[in-house]
Structure formats: C-alpha cells, structure tokens
Design a protein around this ligand. Structure first.
Ligand SMILES: O=P(O)(O)OC[C@H]1O[C@H](OP(=O)(O)OP(=O)(O)O)[C@H](O)[C@@H]1O
Ligand SMILES: NC(=O)CC[C@H](N)C(=O)O
Ligand code: SF4
Ligand SMILES: [Mg+2]
Length: 498
C-alpha cells in the first residue's frame, strides 16, 4: 500500500548468489561480483538492496551491508570493503509484503541451531497469513511484516524426520516447499553453500551462470564446457551475467534445489507439483518485468516481445503511416508489429532517461506527473501522420491519456493504440502488486470506451491465446511448459487460501 492507501503494480525483486571455486590463483572478488549482479537486476527492485558474504568456515561469521535506495548508491567502494568472503548472496527489493523500510530489507539473517542462515526471496507466499500463524503459534516471534522473514524462520526449524547426521538443509528446504506451493525463488546461504531454490510451480525465474577467468568473453556454455570455472552464480535473470563475464549455464527447474559450492553445482533435490500439473511461470515476466536481453525458458525476452507485436498486427490490423512505441518496454513489440504489417517503424516519443518506470512511483499523483515529465514528442516525425502506437500493457491507464494528448497536440492525424498483452483485470497474489480490481482500467472500460477516454482513434489488445502462442513458440519442450495468466483470466494456478 502506498500513502494514499492504494495498491500499486510493482515489479518482482532480484536475487543473486555467488560462490568462488577453489584453487584459483587470483580469487574471485565475490562482493564486487554480487554488486555487479544486482546492478543488472536493478529494474526488478529499486527500494533497497543488501549483500551478505562469508568465508564459509565459521557458521557465525558473516559480513553484511544493507541500505535503502539503488544498488550503486549503497555499494560504493567503502561499503564493498566491509564485505569479506568468497561466497555470498544479495537482493534488490520491491516490497510486496511489509513496508519499504530498512527492517524489511533483505537478505534476512537468523541464528539457527546450526549457526547463521541468510535468505533472499523473490515472490510472495500465497498462503503467507496461514504460515505466519503457524510460525507464531509455535512460539517463534516475528520482527517484521515481511513474508520473507516467515520463510527464514520456517527454515530454522528441523524437518519432521529430524537430523540424525547434522544439519540437513535440503530436507529443511523441501519441508518448507511442501508447506507452500508458490511464489518463491530463493537463495539460501549457510556456511559454505548457497542453495538456489525455485518453487514447485516455477512462478518466478532463476538461473545459473558460470564465471570464467578474465572478463568480456561470453561464449555459449557448450563452447566453454571444458574451461574451468572461476566461480558459479545464480540470478533472477541472465541479463546480469554479461557485466560479470559469466556464461549462461542453465535454469533452476521448478521445484528444484541446487547447491552451489566451491566444488561446483549440484542438484540436491526436487519437489514435485502436488497434482503433477504444469508449471505456472509468470507470463508477465515476458510482457514487462524482465529485461529484454534475459533468457527465459531458453528464449530471449526481446524475441518473445517482438513475436507478441507480430501477433498483434495479425489480430488487430489498422491502416496507418507509421508504427511507434511507448518507450522502453514496448519497443520490441512495436518492431514486431512493423515487420508483420509492413508499416515503417518510426520513433515519435523521446523519453527522459532520468525518469524511472511509472508503475513504481509511490503515489497516483506522482505517477501522473511522472508521465508528463517523462515524454517529449518528436514533432518532425509525426506531423499529419496516422500512428499505430504500441504499449506492452495498460494497467491504470495513467500513461496512455497524456501521451495521446501530446501526440495529437503535436500534429498527429490519427492515433491507434495497440496493446501487446490482454486486458489486466485481476489482482496478483504471487509477487506482483497489481492494483485492486477497481483500479484496473480494463474493469471499467472496454476498448471503445477506452479509445474515447484516451482521445485515441481506436484501442485493441492482444488476446490471451495470442500471448500464449507467442510465448510458447520459442520453447523447445512445449509439453512441459505452463504459464500463470491469472491476472488476465482470473483462474489462479493454486487454490487461494488465506
Ligand atoms: O497504464 P499504466 O498504469 O500507466 O501502466 C502501464 C505503463 O507502465 C509501464 O511502463 P513504465 O513506465 O513502468 O516502464 P517502461 O519505461 O519500462 O515501459 C508499461 O510499460 C506501460 O507503459
Ligand atoms: N518483489 C518481491 O519479490 C518481494 C519479496 C518479498 N515478498 C518482500 O516484500 O520483500
Ligand atoms: S497473476 Fe499475473 S503477474 Fe501474477 S504471477 Fe500470474 S501472470 Fe504473473
Ligand atoms: Mg511503459
């Protein structure tokens, strides 16, 4: 909730982990690698960030730096100096549960029977309230409003079969996973291991990269399979690998627990989905949240967005002189629309690069002002032109109205809005703070009314089928892929229990 008491559509957090491999002549600078990794994930969370590191020898010895703000503001050389270790995890946050304040800043650290554990979480527990009651009734106090703290506390209790041979973290993680089906991608650090965990539905992304000696080269993993790793990393998105000189290794599978140690990467368990149904990977990661250079399910997000634009041109054609984008995230879809329709792609809006993403402004008033400050019209390109204007999504409708006004005022003859995703009508309970039903403009107006409201000549959305087809086209094993489309259809991947 913001100060006006309204829920906002926010992005998902970014999580990152790194382990240096043993016997390296020049050891990997793990704190710097993690901070670079988090910069690459900055688009997923801009409220606060934190890094925890250790040498993995003493279960009570860790160093941590956390703060409010952007990664580069928090991790300056002086603060990176404070981080010691050859293994660590990091987080960059957008709050979905618990206020945006330093107490809720991640990674969370708690002391367990076996020493300290640190946890960074992306997602939102669908049954957080129930689990919170469970934790509290077992006599454990909670000090924050964050569901990620609930995860950390649940991991600090022994699994039902006990631990006759010492701490069994995979068993503890599996036990947690049977208590909550979604939504979480986690990095859990204890002593000398980072566990990378993806919930059984695979709702949030998580992938592994191999750090190679030197920087700059990014060979395909098949080309560098024989090269010795300098370290291993795990990240919400592969876009963060490029800055580190790491190559993409593989995704963490839905329900999988992978251990990263100085000896390498090992799958240490998998929790099946209860009904053996398909995964429910968030389709909005493709539409808006992920960076276009990220690989999801073996395909580049940019390519999928382009295909959505092509599909949209096919489903909702219109006679026009040019196709354009509402920058940034809609640009690949606009390219796709242009290719499929044969109408040239021309830029009509100039974006102020110092203005952030509008969704995430802390209040409605600021969001509206934000839109006005964010765009200028490229008048020479649009005078007397019939424009097809592509956006990736319409949520509250704050962005589109002022833009159409600006374009018309600047001389556009017609503005036809084409949206590269279906109408957003239902809330998300899995890690994205989509506004309430009442605030979502698609619940108040159909396409015709929206066109009138925005002052546009027409509005058309992509169909749910069209979006799913565009996403599935590039997935190799189509039979195994499944996506959550709950905010578009109202059908949730699991029963909602509070
Ligand atoms: O209907 P609304 O409530 O206005 O929200 C929809 C807009 O918000 C997002 O852009 P945003 O400015 O967040 O980021 P971007 O620059 O990555 O496109 C999205 O891409 C749409 O343009
Ligand atoms: N966006 C997220 O993934 C948030 C994680 C967690 N629920 C929090 O609010 O901190
Ligand atoms: S409801 Fe929408 S935003 Fe939430 S996980 Fe599902 S597809 Fe993603
Ligand atoms: Mg946008």
């Amino acid at each position: 909730m913001n100060e006006e008491g309204e829920l906002e559509l926010r992005e998902a957090c970014g999580i990152f982990g790194c382990v240096a491999t043993k016997n390296q002549q020049v050891p990997l600078d793990v704190p710097t690698v993690i901070s670079l990794g988090l910069v690459g994930l900055q688009h997923r969370g801009q409220e606060s960030a934190g890094i925890v590191t250790t040498y993995g020898k003493d279960v009570y010895q860790i160093s941590k730096v956390k703060g409010m703000g952007l990664v580069n503001q928090i991790f300056k050389p002086e603060s990176l100096e404070k981080l010691k270790g050859n293994i660590g995890i990091g987080h960059t946050r957008y709050s979905t549960a618990g206020a945006s304040q330093i107490d809720n800043c991640q990674p969370f650290i708690v002391e367990t029977m076996h020493g300290l554990i640190s946890v960074a979480h992306n997602g939102e527990l669908i049954n957080a309230k129930k689990l919170k009651r469970k934790v509290l009734s077992s006599g454990i106090g909670l000090s924050t409003g964050s569901d990620s703290e609930v995860i950390t506390q649940l991991l600090s209790s022994s699994p039902p079969n006990g631990e006759p041979n010492g701490p069994d973290w995979p068993a503890r993680i599996k036990w947690l996973m049977t208590k909550t089906p979604t939504s979480y991608s986690l990095v859990v650090m204890h002593k000398d291991v980072v566990y990378a965990v993806r919930d059984p539905l695979g709702n949030r992304p998580l992938c592994i990269g191999k750090v190679l000696p030197g920087t700059g080269s990014l060979p395909n993993i098949n080309e560098c399979a024989d090269q010795e790793a300098h370290g291993w990393i795990v990240s919400s998105e592969s876009c963060s690998f490029q800055a580190i000189g790491a190559s993409y290794y593989r995704e963490v599978e839905p329900g999988e627990i992978v251990a990263l140690t100085e000896s390498g990467v090992k799958s240490v368990g998998i929790v099946e989905r209860p009904d053996n149904g398909l995964p429910a990977f968030c389709i909005f990661e493709y539409v808006y949240f992920s960076r276009p250079d990220t690989l999801l399910e073996g395909q580049m997000v940019y390519t999928v967005r382009k295909r959505c634009g092509m599909m949209l041109a096919h489903e909702a054609p219109v006679a026009a002189d040019l196709v354009s984008t509402v920058p940034e995230s809609a640009t690949p879809a606009a390219m796709g629309f242009s290719i499929e329709s044969g109408i040239p792609y021309v830029e009509v809006l100039c974006k102020n690069r110092y203005e952030g993403r509008t969704f995430i402004q802390p209040s409605s008033r600021l969001r509206q002002l934000g839109v006005a400050k964010k765009f200028g019209a490229l008048t020479d390109n649009l005078k007397n032109q019939r424009i097809v204007l592509i956006d990736d999504s319409i949520v509250r409708g704050n962005t589109m109205g002022p833009i159409v006004k600006l374009l018309k005022k600047s001389g556009a003859k017609e503005v036809h809005i084409r949206v590269a995703s279906p109408p957003l009508k239902h809330p998300c309970y899995m890690g994205i703070n989509i506004p309430t039903r009442e605030e979502l403009i698609a619940n108040k107006m159909d396409e015709e009314l929206l066109a009138y409201h925005f002052g546009a000549d027409s509005v058309r959305y992509l169909s749910v089928d069209g979006l799913q087809t565009a996403v599935k086209e590039g997935i190799k094993d189509k039979g195994k892929a499944g996506h959550c489309v709950a905010c578009l259809t109202g059908t949730y991947p699991v029963k909602l229990e509070w």
